[in-house]
Design a protein around this ligand. Sequence first.
Ligand code: LIP
Length: 305
Amino acid sequence: MTDLNLQEIHDTLVKVAHEAGRMILAANPTDIATGTKLNSADIVTETDKAVEALVSSRLSSAYPTFAFVGEETYQPGMRITPSPTFIVDPIDGTTNFVHGFPEACISLGLAVDRRPAIGVIYNPYQDLLYTAIRGRGAFATQGAFSWGLDGGKGRRRQLPLSRNPAPLGALDTCLVATEWGNSRDGDNYAVKTEVFKRLCASKETGGAMVHSIRSMGSAALNLCAVAAGTLDLYWEGGCWAWDVCAGWAILAEAGGIVVDGNPGNWNPEIDGRKYLAVRGAPSGQKEVVQEFWGVVGDGRMVYES
Ligand code: LIP
């Protein structure tokens, strides 16, 4: 890690994100070929594939010795090793992209020793760039490329957005993100829908009575919102390392944490596929994590990585 020039890699990722963002904006979802993978809710478009090809080619020529794991070229059995690995989702929020719902992004992460080290996430619809380098803070730049190349002129703010983040209270004070995912049956779906119900239900009926639940449709953007402090928590099972690597790097630099989506494990693996992300707070996150795990209870989610 010490011999890697993380700043230079970050700068390269920002340039690639900008180029990819222009490609996403240029695509008209109603005209492009759209297909499905596991089922009708697991959507892939020719733009996802074309963006990944562009990113892969740019990164492999700049860093030929680094490994690359991308959503569209992933093959079952591929493993993330301790070597420097770019972990890429060309369009996170593909369903939003297809519907023209402006919450989609390119998510570019670098993992070293299987831990997120750099995150660059760019929502081209809002020209909003999130970045972090391990140990150097997390930032959101609004108008990143509109007014000048490479983020030079946008409004850059450190994350979390509040200089004095409020302490994290109990779940009944929290705004929580979850996602439905694309598997809509089986044991994992039963666990998720039960947890959704318990999170929202009133205290009188044994629920946690959270303020409300949001589903942005993009794991990466959910993590950025937790890093910004505009969401308190994000819980999901079933997403992949490319959905979370970059966002995890950004959240960690904003003082937040990612623990296992199932109760008990405070140090989940990057490819563990079940995550609970919690914003930074002066009081720490321990109590709210324990409370959330209590809501999950015995209903464990099980995913193959
Ligand atoms: C999506 C995730 C989302 C999850 C979906 C899907 P995609 O990624 O970001 O949070 O619920 O199942 O994995 O497919 O838009 O890249």
